[in-house]
Design a protein around this ligand. Sequence first.
Ligand code: FAD
Ligand code: MLT
Ligand code: ZN
Length: 475
Amino acid sequence: LSATKYNVKRKEFGSVQADDVNFFKSVLSEEQVLTEESDVLPFNIDWIKNCRGQSKVVLKPKSTKQVSEILAYCNKRQLAVCPQGGNTGLVGGSVPVFDEIVLSLSLMNKIISLDEISGALVCEAGCILETLDNYVKEQNLIMPLDLGAKGSCHIGGNVSTNAGGLRLLRYGNLHGSLMGVEAVKADGTVVDCIRTLKKDNTGYHLKHLFIGSEGTLGIVTKVAVHCPVLPKAVTLGFFGVKDFDSVLKLYKSAKASLGEILSAFEMADNDSISSTVQNLKLPNPIADFPFYVLVETHGSDETHDAEKLSRFLEREMSSGLIIDGTVTSEPAKMQTIWNLRESIAGAGLLDGYVYKYDVSIPAARYYDLVPVLRQRMAGKAVKVYGYGHVGDGNIHINVTVPEYSKEATDMLEPFIFEEVSKLKGSISAEHGVGFRKPHFIHYSKDEGAISLMRELKQLMDPNGILNPYKVLPDP
Ligand code: FAD
Ligand code: MLT
Ligand code: ZN
């Protein structure tokens, strides 16, 4: 249980009684209220099995009105609520800690409209990212974000975490591509900022409050997202590189040579790929190398893109930055490579227990912490590896151990956050703060910033019922 594992005390919220369940059943239908232990269990456990809550009730509203009625009631009764999307979050934010009511958006999955000309998609928060991507593809559009969890994560979860993903380098983050949002405040007030306009400077840009606030300021119920054009030409290169310095040089060269068509630049060290290949029995289409780089282009003209790419390849094969590798535009082959990259996230679970760190570090020092942690955890860790979104300065460091132990945790934390702070990095680049990191937030935010966050929380959720124990540290 998260509460005992992380030594957290329950706050003074109400606890769900039979009358409360009856009220929920009067607002929702019978099958939208789960109370059987076995039905509730999956909503209590996070994707990497780091956190486990003790909720007794899951509510699955089908409309904004139902969300509003539930929250108004919970606010009056001081019942705490944990909003949940696809439950793919990696910082324990999506699962309860104690007996918070889980508010699952999974039945709010309707697509409302798609403007083929502007690319504005309006849909409910519980739509699965991959479903949306397949839908907009029919109109030659793509979703502006893509991540390994696309088959399960919700667009509402993506907005609430400000998810980054594999192509942020090209399409930017959700603060740029979210055109509008509808959200419900803790007291049940509906804030309708659904607009499909690129420009709207009518006062405060409230949508940004909900982007990345991890369910602590309101429940996202609808979104309007700008979808870019589906690229006509896509090419993927997967290369072996001798050291991390070469990864950085190659990134600089890729930006210069490929310019506007560069859509992803990812890296993985040898242990990331070899663990994934071994643990998940996946094929690696190229040989064994100290570092791997994945370079993708999205463009509108195959010939133009191929010319640019072959010039880049010729130069960097002869310079020795690329030792060897493969380049393909065949969908099945591209899928194999992406699948290998995206599977790193879960491969470590087979070693036992995974400590995941998701940090931003200035480019030159990007990989510095991996060898430091390897040495520090020698004899304790099964593996320590680094991979991630080089183009965004965002490295993921996974430390796998046979099983969770307080000793291993204390060796890693706060050490790693102190090191990141010294490097002027961020202790959470894209996964958020959730339950796992509130007490480390000061390594990335100063007192003034944290107290403004507290003031916003107090303003929008004075009873603190929305996702307690998450994001904000105890005073
Ligand atoms: P959940 O996990 O259910 O919730 C995440 C947080 O948002 C919680 O705090 C929850 O309370 C809140 N929340 C969810 N829905 C709502 C809502 N409608 N209103 C208010 N609050 C809400 N993340 C990245 O940024 N980049 C990646 O590349 C990436 N790759 C991943 C790959 C894998 C294999 C996995 C398992 C995860 C990955 N993630 C990545 C993390 C995760 O997928 C993202 O954070 C994602 O945006 C979470 O969406 P979700 O619907 O699963 O949200
Ligand atoms: C990724 O880039 O693969 C994800 O953010 C998930 C992870 O950190 O493992
Ligand atoms: Zn990532």
